[in-house]
Design a protein around this ligand. Structure first.
Ligand SMILES: [Fe+2]
Ligand SMILES: [Fe+2]
Length: 472
C-alpha cells in the first residue's frame, strides 16, 4: 500500500513531501485553482455544509470519507492506484516490454496532448453545471451535483499532477491554461465540443452524467491501459469516482421516467405536460441530443492519431486484456462509410479504427441503462420504448459530420432532415417548457420536485430525507 499523507496542504499518496520542487509548484497552482473554483464553480452554496465524499486513499476498501464539508474547503488530493508489480506494456509495437515510469522523449507531445485533453473536460463540466443548484429538484440531488463537481475538480488535480511532475515548464503552462479556458467562451473555449454545450437544466444534467460522463469512463479505461504507468495508475483511480457520476445520470433519468409513467397511468388520455411532468418523446429528444454529442468525443471513425496512440502504447482499448491479440496488425474492422453519397461497407485497418472500437464498447454500455428505462415502462404497462439513435445521427465529428441522417441511420436529403429535425432534437419550445417546469428549486429535506420520483435510497446509508445540504 502506498504512503498516504492526508494532513498536508495537498493530500496525496505520491510522497509529495519528498519532492520539494514539485510540491512547491503544485502549492503555487493551488490558489489559482481556488480562484477558478470561486469564479467558475457552483454559483452559491459555497458556505453551506454539504454531505460529501472525499477520497483519502486509493484502497479498494475504505478509500473515501463522508462528512459535511464546505466546497471551498474540500480536500482535493492526488491519489494514484497502487502500482501493478512488474507491469508490462499490454498492446502495440512494444508489447511485453516494461512500462514507462518516465515520459519517453519521442512520445512527449502526444502524451501531453492526451493528458491536457482529458484534463480540460474536468473543469469544463463544472463550468457547464454551475447554475444548476438554483433549480435543484431536492437536497439529495443538490448534494449529488456538488459531489460530481468536486470530484471533477479532483480529476483536474490528477491531470495537473502529471503535467507538473513529468512535463516540466510546458506542463506548468498547460496547467495554467486549463484554468484559463472557459466552457462555451467563443474566444477561449474548452477543447471538445460537448464540453462547450450549454447545460441549462436538470434533464440535461442527468443526460450529461449518463452519456458524457460515460464517454469519460471509456477514455479513462483506454488511458488506464497506457504504457506511461503514472497515467495508468491515475486514471484507474479516477474510474472509481466516475462510477458515481454515471449512477447519478442513470437514476436521475430513471426517476423522471418513473414519475412520468405514474402520471400517464393516472391520466391516460392527457398530455403529460398538462400535469407538470416531462413527456416521454421529449425525454427521447434529449437522449438523442446528448448521446450524439457524446459520440463525437471519441473522434473520427478512421484516425491516424488513434493508430499512432495504439501502436506506440499510449492509449489502448478498454479492457485490453479481454482481447486475444494485442498488436492489431493485419486485422480489419468493417464499418459503414460514405461513398458517392451512398453507405458502403469498408474494411479499415484495425489500428486506424481504434476510436470506433472504443465507441462500440461505449454504445453497448449506453444501451444497458436504456434497457432499464424501457423495462420500467413495460412494467408500468406503457406502450413506449426509448431507442438510442443511430451512431450516424446528428454527428459533428468524423465521417458523418454534418451529413443528414435519420435516427434510424438512413441518409436523407437536407430538406427531409430539416423537416423532421424538431421531432428528433429538442426545440426552443421544449427548452422553454423544461425551464418553466424546473424554475422552482426544492430545498426542503425529503421533498421532491413534482416531475421526478424520489430515489430508492439515500447516500451512504442515510435516509432520503437526510439534510444532505444544510441550507442555513
Ligand atoms: Fe472526471
Ligand atoms: Fe465524471
Amino acid at each position: 500500500m502506498s504512503n498516504i499523507a492526508t494532513n498536508e496542504k495537498i493530500p496525496n499518496n505520491v510522497n509529495l513531501a519528498e519532492d520539494r520542487r514539485l510540491q512547491r509548484a503544485l502549492e503555487q497552482w493551488q490558489p489559482s485553482f481556488l480562484d477558478w473554483w470561486r469564479e467558475m464553480g457552483p454559483e452559491g452554496f459555497q458556505l453551506q455544509d454539504i454531505f460529501l465524499r472525499t477520497a483519502i486513499s486509493a484502497d479498494t476498501d475504505g478509500w473515501a470519507h463522508f462528512d459535511y464539508v464546505r466546497m471551498p474547503e474540500y480536500r482535493w488530493g492526488i491519489f494514484l492506484a497502487d502500482p501493478v508489480p512488474n507491469r508490462t506494456i499490454g498492446f502495440g509495437d512494444d508489447y511485453g516490454k516494461p512500462v514507462w515510469q518516465e515520459v519517453p522523449g519521442e512520445h512527449r507531445n502526444a502524451l501531453r496532448r492526451l493528458i491536457v485533453t482529458q484534463g480540460d473536460t474536468e473543469p469544463a463540466s463544472v463550468e457547464q453545471q454551475r447554475f444548476l443548484g438554483k433549480t435543484c429538484p431536492s437536497l439529495y440531488d443538490l448534494r449529488n451535483l456538488f459531489q460530481v463537481n468536486v470530484e471533477e475538480g479532483r480529476h483536474l488535480w490528477a491531470m495537473v499532477y502529471l503535467l507538473h511532475s513529468y512535463f516540466g515548464r510546458d506542463g506548468r503552462e498547460e496547467a495554467e491554461a486549463l484554468l484559463q479556458r472557459r466552457s462555451g467562451n467563443p474566444d477561449n473555449p474548452r477543447i471538445l465540443g460537448a464540453f462547450n454545450a450549454p447545460m441549462q437544466h436538470w434533464l440535461s444534467f442527468y443526460m450529461f452524467t449518463y452519456f458524457t460522463d460515460r464517454d469519460g469512463k471509456y477514455q479513462l479505461l483506454a488511458l488506464a491501459e497506457s504504457s506511461f504507468d503514472p497515467l495508468s495508475r491515475t486514471t484507474r483511480f479516477m474510474l472509481t469516482e466516475e462510477a458515481h457520476h454515471m449512477f447519478v445520470g442513470e437514476t436521475g433519468i430513471l426517476r423522471i421516467v418513473e414519475r412520468t409513467a405514474e402520471i400517464m397511468k393516472q391520466h391516460p388520455s392527457d398530455d403529460p405536460r398538462r400535469h407538470g411532468v416531462i413527456d416521454l418523446p421529449t425525454i427521447q429528444k434529449y437522449m438523442n441530443y446528448w448521446y450524439s454529442l457524446s459520440l463525437d468525443l471519441f473522434g473520427g471513425e478512421v484516425s491516424s492519431n488513434a493508430a499512432h496512440y495504439f501502436a506506440s502504447g499510449l492509449k489502448g482499448r478498454a479492457h485490453e486484456d479481454r482481447f486475444e491479440e494485442h498488436s492489431a496488425l493485419d486485422a480489419y474492422y468493417a464499418m459503414d462509410v460514405l461513398e458517392d453519397g451512398k453507405l458502403t461497407r469498408e474494411e479499415v485497418a484495425l489500428r486506424n479504427a481504434m476510436n470506433e472500437v472504443l465507441r462500440d464498447a461505449y454504445v453497448e454500455d449506453s444501451q444497458r441503462g436504456v434497457d432499464k428505462f424501457n423495462k420500467l415502462l413495460t412494467e408500468a404497462g406503457i406502450d413506449f420504448q426509448f431507442k438510442l439513435p443511430s451512431r450516424r445521427f446528428n454527428r459533428q465529428v468524423g465521417l458523418f459530420a454534418g451529413v443528414p441522417v435519420s435516427v434510424e441511420g438512413e441518409l436523407l436529403t437536407q430538406a427531409a432532415w430539416d423537416a423532421r429535425r424538431d421531432a428528433w432534437l429538442p426545440t426552443e419550445a421544449d427548452e422553454a417548457y423544461i425551464h418553466h417546469l424546473m424554475s422552482q428549486p426544492v430545498y426542503e429535506p425529503g421533498k421532491m420536485a413534482h416531475w421526478i420520483a424520489p430515489p430508492k435510497r439515500g447516500i451512504k446509508g442515510r435516509p432520503v430525507d437526510f439534510e444532505y445540504v444544510r441550507m442555513d
